[in-house]
Design a binder for this molecule. Structure first.
Ligand code: C2E
Ligand code: MG
Ligand code: MG
Length: 714
């Protein structure tokens, strides 16, 4: 032990004699403090002036015993820097073991031999000191590494580069988007062979100078990683790469314009990333894979959607585990809205990772990995429970709950009885099943149809509402809906090709239209998600959709913000279920699609009735009902062909017949009415009254429906 410094030992024992003996044998080597009980002992150890280097601790003491002292030392992390040796008369193995469990380093049985105690204390202090010294050295070494500069290029060398990048990231000084650029010279070995190593070194030097010069003035880090590999960590700026490229191409002119020796640039965009510098660089290198031989484009940007199965998954997984332990995962809520009045009818819980250094991370980054590895269930169960806990607390605060939906991955369904788990949760938090909705994605069905169906059945029997999520994404047929017994359809706009540019909208609209039709036919309510713009809202409500979830209304938000929002009762619509039908406008197309109205009802209520289509100026019949037939039967037209040609005759003879349709399709109220003369081939002339409704226009065809009355005799 060094002579200069005298270490200090704290002797904790309620027996004065014991304290005296120990003090007398230790005071030659140590400064000794004494404490007669646990409370006093902790006071001494917390006192930063005393700087206790080791604690000798008795177990049986008044006020606070040794176990308790150890517990507090753990809680306050005192045990991390003050080693403890227990001295006790307790022989029972279990009790002795307990002191080790609580972090004591050694155990000395009473009665003790003073010289042995002295030895053990000395040894423990030395050991502890050595460890401290080692970790200090390690830290210094790492700091040294971080300053190591490559002689040839003047850039940071391998370890230093990554160390410096990580340090910059962790310092939190990055305020803008960054990129990690991996630079590799194509055919560099050949360059050395052709022009010699010295020229090769000049090339490396030139590239290093470019990096240094062009990134100067920004918070950037340049590295030379050996061979022909460079790296740059800098504020996102592609023009910087262009400038480097231009200068190197200029330089290569001296070597006979050998563009084949040009550098390649792989780029990793740093946004919400959860990666460390090394992994960013690896990703940038991955992006570069397609460049060799492509002399037209020397820059490639890493696509996170092409997540590769490599070591970074493992790192991500262990980071997720750490994040779970540190309670970094939470859920955001995105309101679901009634488009007709803009009120909130519920919300979806969406997981977010508040990463300690990377900020808020979206599920797109970590869910695929967790799903691939089957580890998603832990996270999901945690989120479901957090949602239930929140619902409970919201109710406890005297509020009306809105139904919150949670997402269930198909892996969860393989992993165990999902329904049982939800039943357990609502019991635990005293909720009713209609407060918790369950979203299962359409693609899950595609894979494990019967298991999923069974689970959905069970959930519904238990009273939960099941939503079929992301409908439209898996391209399954509309008919699949007939076989799946869910409660609500969630159609995702993302998967449909609708944009502001009207021309290309037709296909997307007609898909939505047929899905709306099918869901109405099946009596399946629908929520459209991913609604971002007013024109989408207009189109959707026109088609008869009522519920939506999307950025146009609200983005996913922290729970607190959601609470603030729904505290305002005027923004909320409770009891969704009863209102679905009431709020829904009775849309003509819906009306026609539902099976609520039988043919005979339509005949009785509407009378003679037909669908027409207009293409250019020509009007033709699409469908008619029974009564329409009867009107023309009376006029002598009996066959289908005759009925069809009656329309031709109507428009050939009367410009006012065509006028009716033109008016209906141009007028704001979409309908027009009037009398038209009809000359039957049998020679009779009739007066017909038409009331025409314009339904829609699709790919140049206008669809109408119309009632017809024979008013000749009126
Ligand atoms: P999802 O269940 O279909 O959730 C809707 C996603 O669309 C959310 O993305 C939401 O933020 C996003 N979104 C909502 N409105 C709009 C909009 O107007 N425009 C656009 N472009 N996007 C919109 P997020 O939160 O990134 O979640 C992605 C997916 O991750 C979710 O899709 C869901 O399948 C899954 N997910 C989220 N949380 C959980 C969870 O706790 N467990 C499981 N298993 N999956 C989850
Ligand atoms: Mg969902
Ligand atoms: Mg969805």
């Amino acid at each position: 032990m060094s002579k200069e410094k005298k270490y200090s030992v704290l002797v904790v024992d309620d027996s004065e004699i014991n304290r005296e003996i120990l003090t007398s044998i230790l005071s030659a080597d140590f400064k000794v403090y004494e404490a007669a009980d646990g409370v006093k002992a902790l006071e001494v150890m917390r006192d930063s002036k005393k700087k206790v280097d080791l604690c000798l601790l008795d177990i049986m003491m008044p006020r606070m015993d040794g176990y308790e002292v150890l517990s507090v030392m753990n809680k306050e992390h005192i045990i991390d820097y003050i080693p403890v040796i227990v001295i006790s008369g307790e022989q029972e193995a279990e009790k002795v073991e307990k002191t080790y469990d609580l972090g004591a380093l050694d155990y000395i049985l009473k009665p003790f031999e003073p010289r042995i105690v002295r030895r053990r204390v000395l040894a423990t202090v030395m050991l502890f000191e050595k460890q401290k010294e080692l970790s200090y050295k390690l830290k210094v070494q790492m700091e040294e590494n971080s300053r190591k500069v490559d002689e040839k290029t003047g850039l940071l060398s391998y370890a230093s580069f990554f160390f410096a990048c990580d340090a910059l990231i962790e310092s939190g000084k990055i305020e803008e988007d960054y990129f990690m650029v991996a630079i590799d010279i194509e055919h560099f070995r050949l360059f050395n062979d052709w022009f010699g190593r010295e020229e090769g070194d000049i090339y490396l030097q030139e590239l290093a100078d470019c990096l240094k010069e062009y990134s100067a003035g920004t918070r950037s880090i340049c590295g030379y990683l050996g061979g022909d590999n460079f790296a740059l960590f800098a504020p996102y700026d592609l023009s910087l790469i262009d400038r480097i490229q231009e200068r190197i191409i200029d330089m290569l002119e001296n070597y006979g314009q050998s563009i084949g020796f040009g550098p390649m640039y792989g780029i990793f965009e740093v946004r919400d990333s959860i990666y460390d510098a090394q992994l960013m660089y690896d990703n940038a290198v991955t992006a570069m894979a397609d460049i060799p031989g492509n002399y037209h484009n020397r820059i490639a940007i890493y696509d996170p959607n092409l997540l590769k199965k490599t070591g970074d998954e493992l790192i991500l997984l262990s980071d997720v585990q750490r994040g779970m332990d540190a309670k970094e995962f939470r859920f955001f809520l995105q309101p679901k809205v009634n488009m007709l009045n803009g009120k909130i009818v519920g919300a979806e819980a969406l997981v977010r990772w508040a990463h300690r250094s990377k900020g808020l991370v979206s599920p797109g980054i970590f869910l695929p990995v967790l799903e691939d590895n089957g580890f998603i269930t832990n996270l999901d169960r945690y989120i479901w429970e957090e949602v239930c806990r929140w619902l409970r607390s919201w109710i406890d605060r005297g509020r009306d709950p809105l139904p919150i939906s949670v997402n269930v991955s198909q892996i969860d369904i393989f992993a165990g009885d999902v329904s049982e788990y939800f039943e357990h949760l609502i019991k635990k938090y005293e909720l009713s099943p209609d407060m918790l909705d369950i979203e299962i994605t359409e693609s899950a069905y595609a894979k494990e149809y019967s298991l999923i169906n069974k689970t959905v059945d069970k959930l519904r029997k238990a009273g939960f509402k099941v939503l079929l999520d992301d409908f439209g994404s898996a391209y399954s047929s509309l008919n699949m809906l007939r076989n799946i017994k869910v409660d609500v359809l969630k159609l995702d706009m993302k998967f449909l090709d609708t944009n502001e540019d009207r021309e290309n909208n037709e296909k997307g609209i007609s898909i939505i239209d047929s899905i709306v039709g099918m869901s109405n036919q099946l009596g399946l309510p629908m929520i459209v998600e991913g609604v971002e713009r007013l024109d989408q809202v207009e189109m959707l409500t026109k088609l008869g959709c009522v519920y939506a979830q999307g950025f146009y209304y609200y983005k996913p938000m922290p729970v607190k913000k959601f609470e603030d929002l729904i505290r305002d009762d005027s923004k909320v619509e409770h009891e969704v279920e009863g209102k679905i039908e009431r709020y829904k406008p009775l849309h003509v197309m819906e009306f026609l699609r539902t099976n609520l109205f039988t043919d005979s009802m339509i005949n009785e209520v509407l009378g003679p009735f037909a669908f027409y289509e207009q293409k250019g100026e020509r009007i033709s019949i699409v469908r008619v009902n029974e009564q329409y037939y009867r009107v023309f039967n009376m006029l002598g037209e009996v066959t289908e062909d005759e009925i069809v040609s009656s329309v031709n005759r109507l428009q050939n003879d009367n410009s006012d017949f065509i006028e009716l349709f033109n008016n209906a399709s141009s007028a704001k109220n979409k309908s027009s009415s009037g009398c038209v003369q009809y000359n039957s081939p049998k020679g009779t002339a009739k007066k017909l009254y038409f009331r025409v409704f314009f339904l829609h226009e699709r790919e140049g065809r206008k669809l109408f429906c119309s009632t017809i009355w024979d008013i000749t005799d009126l």
